[in-house]
Design a protein around this ligand. Sequence first.
Ligand code: 5RP
Length: 223
Amino acid sequence: MENAKSLVAKEAAKLIEDGMVVGLGSGSTAGLFIMELGKRIQEEELTVFGVPTSFEARMLALQYGVPLVSLDEYDVDIAVDGADEVEKDTLYLIKGGGGCHTQEKIVDYSAKEFVVIVDESKLVNKLGEKYPIPVEVVPFAYSVVIKELINMGGNPTIRLGERKRGPIITDNGNMIIDVSMDIDNAEKLEKELNSIPGVVENGIFTKVDKVLVGTAKGVKTLK
Ligand code: 5RP
């Protein structure tokens, strides 16, 4: 899979043109993309700026020489990001395995073009088949959000940190509740989850332009 991830990251880096502002996704695949973009910027002396979707993406951009700007100053031309699940027919996604989906959605949805990069293992027939929906929650609200998610037919669990002594804390100082539930209408559920008081953002993404999939035979594009 590492090879498929590198392949797809390299292919996505080729989409970047001189003068572009690029949304920099989070996770291991997006990390490889940031590295490939940094290489192109140095070797071809490109003027390209990045907008990071997480602290992790910010650090990688600094490491690989991708100059950073903020959404205050620039619009994003293209965002390149990974995903935890991609529904084959609709290109709907689940994101937030790294707990970064709030900033990812802000940057990815604001971009003129949103490109997703994954290896084949991320493709599913039905969204939610393998992965729960990550929901970022203001800590004060976690118990009422959990009750509401159960009322909606979900099975929520608080995401714990590595040593399992407490909840993981996002870049925004919030908690993540992972909820397994049937996703019959992803667009509707994306909105419904965000209407629960205390929910900051959920990991269903329904506005995707294209998906590059790394396979053993090369990269295929889903649109
Ligand atoms: C982080 C994300 C990542 O894009 C997603 O978890 C995929 O990561 P990886 O490329 O490491 O499999 O949504 O919040």
